[in-house]
Design a protein around this ligand. Structure first.
Ligand SMILES: Cc1cc2nc3c(=O)[nH]c(=O)nc-3n(C[C@H](O)[C@H](O)[C@H](O)COP(=O)(O)OP(=O)(O)OC[C@H]3O[C@@H](n4cnc5c(N)ncnc54)[C@H](O)[C@@H]3O)c2cc1C
Length: 593
């Protein structure tokens, strides 16, 4: 079903009808076939070589990328005129998801197709796109992205790599050191960010290895994703033709930021694939492993873990594809308004940058939770390098660090929302004032509507009010210095994120209820409620911490009363719901939602 166009960040102040969200159950046959091709590729080419990949066997990763290229996996969202399949954004997310269970291979593939290829696709001119994109789509050339430097990580725009125009005005000479560069060991193309003279902002360049003047340190020794090539790259008078500047001088930081927006939501999709595979393995192990004469899957503590792992994955997945479709819809609307394709692609993702950042943070933390419990379910075998959880546990951890650390992304969530409010794009202050006024009024004693999901929707609406109450009070208290109050901003980001994910999983359950019937919706509803009830407590804790941090006197007391009112809910037996979810997983012997 076509969804209506919704503005990014609007979920904070507006209720979304279930009809307006896309759920993964709605992917068409073609998308499912593309996903299956990727899953089959992992099965036949990657999962049987994990030790060899992690040992960085000479030429192996390149040959896997070549084969993926032959199957079209590197060009799913690249327009047909440049050798791709021109599929929409959500289909490319499905590919990231399907490949996500591929450990280091998934990292190499996503660095190549994402941060390596997209800067040229979205910011390149026709000549640059014609020259580079077909070779990147086929895998003939492999790409990497060189932004980070030893002294410029989260503060990426502070990089010192320089680009100096030669006397003839034909070439820039690049000089500097880049760090943590994924795919560096075998890349043919480097997207390099550097500063020209005393510019405030970076510029971006397409650099071919063949240009010369590039040297590298040996491979980094890492905690996980050991099969992914990660190196420091040095540019020593590396000559880059002026024609190879991307976009305009000084536009590099904007390119970096916009490409990272896409990287973030795709990273979220990839963690979904990893989590699915980890949960399936954990369920199988729990069914096989016998202690006290019973499979450990019979024990309530283990069932709790399995159900909670599945619930968090299901919820994160609901949010990821909801946002993916919002991006596709925004793109269609921009194209209809006459915008060119590349610009519309960027703009549509930029509009949902808040959601992209939420998905990056919540999905990466979901995966860390899932692998941690995976290790626990495997017991001693979870700690063994002979069993699968050890690699999954180590490989997961990077996701909270790259594509913007989770701290930086949490800050961005609030910062971007407030900036939109200030620009008049999003009316945050109106609803925040309404919530503050509601606090002064006599509370309504919940004449609960007797419609399906009415109680849960009321909870979501109240959690949004809690967020608006705290964000509004923080803005009033700190004004322009709010950006320095990072602890409070983290609390606010937590509230916003939990609300978004909880609302997404609830809307998915509701849509299934309406489209597939009550019985198909039972377990989705259980998962939505389990997630929602955990979210209530998280919002309450985050809200309380924030209010304690800056509230005072009677005003603080009143806001705490308000917070309690907005985080109130009828009792719900989460244990029984988790038992039902676990029963299904155990019967199916895999992640089955
Ligand atoms: C395996 C791997 C692969 C990578 N691949 C690439 C790649 O292909 N290309 C590329 O360009 N980069 C890549 N990176 C770099 C990665 O993006 C950076 O590591 C990341 O952005 C963080 O930068 P940093 O390591 O310098 O940490 P720092 O920025 O030094 O951060 C250290 C800590 O301080 C926190 N922090 C920093 N600033 C703030 C703030 N304002 N407020 C609150 N907390 C803050 C961070 O959240 C973090 O917890 C990769 C990194 C790794 C480890």
């Amino acid at each position: 079903m076509k969804t209506e166009t919704i503005k990014g960040g609007e979920f904070v102040i507006r209720e979304t009808p279930y009809e307006a969200i896309f759920i993964p159950e709605e992917f068409d046959e073609e998308a499912k076939m593309i996903r299956q091709t990727c899953i089959d590729f992992l099965e036949s080419e990657v999962l049987n070589k994990l030790d060899r990949i992690d040992a960085q066997e000479e030429g192996l990763m390149e040959s896997l990328l070549d084969k993926a290229g032959e199957l079209g996996m590197l060009g799913v969202s690249i327009p047909e005129q440049y050798g791709g399949f021109g599929k929409n954004f959500n289909t490319s997310m499905l590919v990231a998801d399907a490949v996500g269970g591929g450990y280091s291979f998934a990292v190499a593939l996503s660095a190549h197709t994402g941060i390596g290829t997209l800067p040229i696709l979205y910011y390149g001119n026709d000549r640059q796109k014609t020259k580079y994109i077909p070779k990147l789509a086929s895998g003939e050339w492999k790409a990497s992205y060189c932004l980070t430097e030893p002294n410029a990580g989260s503060d990426a725009n502070s990089g010192r790599t320089s680009a100096t125009l030669n006397a003839e005005g034909t070439h820039y000479l690049l000089n500097g050191q880049k760090m943590w560069i994924t795919n560096a060991g075998f890349a043919d193309i480097f997207i390099v960010f550097a500063k020209i003279e005393d510019d405030k902002n970076l510029s971006a360049f397409i650099v071919e290895k063949e240009f010369g003047g590039i040297t590298m340190n040996p491979e980094e020794h890492k905690l996980g994703i050991k099969g992914s090539s990660t190196r420091q790259v040095f540019f020593n008078d590396c000559p880059v033709s002026v024609e190879n500047m991307l976009s305009e001088r000084g536009n590099g930081f904007k390119i970096a930021v916009n490409i990272l927006n896409i990287g973030r939501i795709k990273l979220g999709a990839a963690t979904i694939g990893s989590s699915r595979s980890v949960i399936t393995q954990a369920v199988r192990y729990a069914n096989e492993r016998v202690q006290f004469n019973l499979p450990i899957s019979k024990f309530g503590a283990i069932r709790h873990k399995l159900a909670e792992m599945a619930t968090r994955l299901y919820a994160a997945e609901s949010a990821t594809y909801r946002a993916g479709q919002n991006i596709d819809d925004a793109y269609e609307a921009l194209i209809a308004s006459g915008m060119d394709e590349a610009k519309a692609k960027l703009k549509s993702v930029e509009q949902f940058a808040v959601e992209c950042a939420i998905i990056k943070v919540w999905c990466s933390e979901m995966l860390d939770y899932v692998v941690d419990e995976g290790v626990q379910i495997y017991g001693g075998m979870g700690y063994s390098a002979e069993a699968p959880m050890e690699r999954a546990y180590r490989d997961s951890r990077i996701n909270r660090i790259f594509e913007g650390t989770n701290e930086v992304n949490r800050l961005l969530i609030v910062d971007m929302l407030l900036k939109r409010a200030m620009k008049g794009e999003l009316d945050l202050m109106g609803p925040a004032t309404a919530v503050a006024n509601e606090l002064m009024a006599i509370p309504d004693f919940d004449e609960q509507q007797d419609t399906p999901f009415a109680a849960e929707k009321k909870i979501i609406a109240n959690l949004k009010k809690a967020g608006l109450l705290i964000a509004g009070a923080a803005v009033q208290k700190f004004m322009m210095s709010l950006a320095k109050e990072e602890e409070v901003l983290m609390n606010i980001a937590d509230i916003i994120g939990y609300v978004y994910i909880a609302e997404s999983v609830l809307l998915r359950a509701e849509k299934i209820w309406h489209t597939q019937g009550e019985s198909a919706a039972q377990l989705p509803i259980d998962m939505a409620r389990v997630y929602l009830y955990s979210a209530i407590d998280k919002v309450h804790v985050a809200g309380k911490e924030a209010l304690y941090a800056f509230g005072e006197g009677d005003e603080l007391k009143m806001m705490l009363v308000g917070l309690r009112r907005f985080t109130k809910a009828e009792p719900f037996n989460m244990k029984d719901a988790r038992q039902r979810i676990a029963k299904k997983l155990i019967e199916e012997n895999r992640y089955c939602f």
